[in-house]
Design a protein around this ligand. Structure first.
Ligand code: SF4
Length: 351
């Protein structure tokens, strides 16, 4: 029997490219939305034929800049999902947005069409940093969008970046205090990473050291008035992103659009899937279990213990390193110290 799958819809367009961005997206202010909509709806129908009318607990429109999308495009896509599958009555429907690409009226129209969770790419609380990152918006535009969203009956999240050249624990403390004043129930805090083939990748920037980054990471946990529930995510209890939690906990999801990846489960077999139906291949139980350990360990809950998972876990390492990782109530999870070195920790944890 087929199980519920979440849906991720990738919207691969941005007005321009930020200097640090390595995501798959095109700089294009006026995309061909009709062609995009047709292709996305055809992919949804393809999965409908393959999986049947399964239940869909969440839909996440990520990008790129999904808020660039006309509301009519969103409407056609969400209705295709509704007609093809069994979209839950209380489904979480998230739209990623960038300030300056959506005003209060358009946001309200998105909400009427079904969006009930908005994620805003605020990134920084000062205009100098926003310009440095190559963001198109300024702080006033970000606050306008947050204020408009706070008047609507939706859940609200915002993304921020720390670890820019010159950032210190004091910078991060001030940033967290400003974020606290906004009164968000969900915040994502990403460390700036320098990727090849981006303008920043060619600039030889004087980045903070690993130790300075670690200090900033710990400062965020102390200053933000929201508990961390994943390496980079903080939420008031009950306001966690259900879509991302499903991915981290090893649930099934369909990736729609060329830049999207999914993990499909058909009659108990897992398949790797890439949007645009470019890839669809079975994953061995071992590889899938390793993936579940890697994503589950990103969360403060940890990875759920099962027979398959335990066959891959170096239990001696857990016993000898209680300051880094522990087993609790059916889960293996990293401590605060373990989270700081998660990649190294995973290399030692998985046999
Ligand atoms: S808005 Fe987001 S996806 Fe678009 S270029 Fe900037 S960082 Fe990349």
């Amino acid at each position: 029997m087929n199980i519920p799958h979440d849906i991720y819809v990738h919207v691969p367009f941005c007005v321009s490219r930020c200097k640090y961005c390595a995501f798959y997206s095109h700089a294009c202010a006026t995309p061909d939305w009709d062609t995009y909509t047709r292709n996305i709806c055809a992919e949804i129908e393809h999965w409908g034929h393959k999986l049947g009318p399964i239940s869909i607990p969440t839909v996440f429109f990520g990008g790129g800049t999904p808020s660039l999308m006309p509301v009519t495009t969103f409407d056609k896509i969400i209705n295709t999902i509704r007609h093809t599958f069994d979209l839950d009555a209380n489904a979480e429907i998230t739209l990623e947005s960038n300030p300056g690409t959506i005003d209060a009226q358009k946001l309200s129209d998105f909400v009427l069409a079904g969006v009930n969770r908005l994620s805003v790419g605020v990134q920084r609380i000062d205009n100098t940093s926003l310009a440095f990152l190559g963001r198109r918006h300024d702080l006033a535009m970000a606050y306008n969008l947050l204020n408009a969203a706070q008047k609507l009956p939706i859940r609200l999240s915002a993304d921020f970046i720390y670890g820019l050249p010159g950032d210190t624990t004091e910078t991060v403390t001030n940033m967290c205090r400003d974020i606290n004043k906004i009164g968000l129930s969900h915040v994502s805090m990403y460390e700036l990473t320098i990727e090849e083939n981006t303008p920043f990748g060619k600039m030889n920037l004087d980045m903070p050291t690993n130790e300075q980054m670690a200090d900033m990471y710990c400062t965020i946990a102390q200053e933000l008035k929201l508990p961390r529930y994943e390496v980079s995510n903080y939420a008031a209890p009950g306001n966690e992103c259900r879509h991302n939690q499903n991915v981290w906990y090893g649930g099934a999801y369909i990736g729609i659009g060329r830049g999207a990846a999914g993990r499909i489960n058909i009659n108990g077999t897992w398949y790797e899937q890439m949007g645009d139906n470019a890839v669809f291949a079975p994953i061995s139980p071992r590889d899938r279990a390793v993936e579940m350990i890697i994503t589950g360990m990103r969360t403060t809950r940890g990875v759920a213990i099962s027979h398959t998972i335990m066959q891959l876990i170096n239990t001696e390492f857990i016993t000898k390193n209680p300051e880094l990782v522990h087993m609790n109530d059916g889960y293996i999870c990293a401590t605060e110290k373990g989270m700081l070195i998660l990649d190294d920790l995973l290399l030692k944890l998985v046999k």
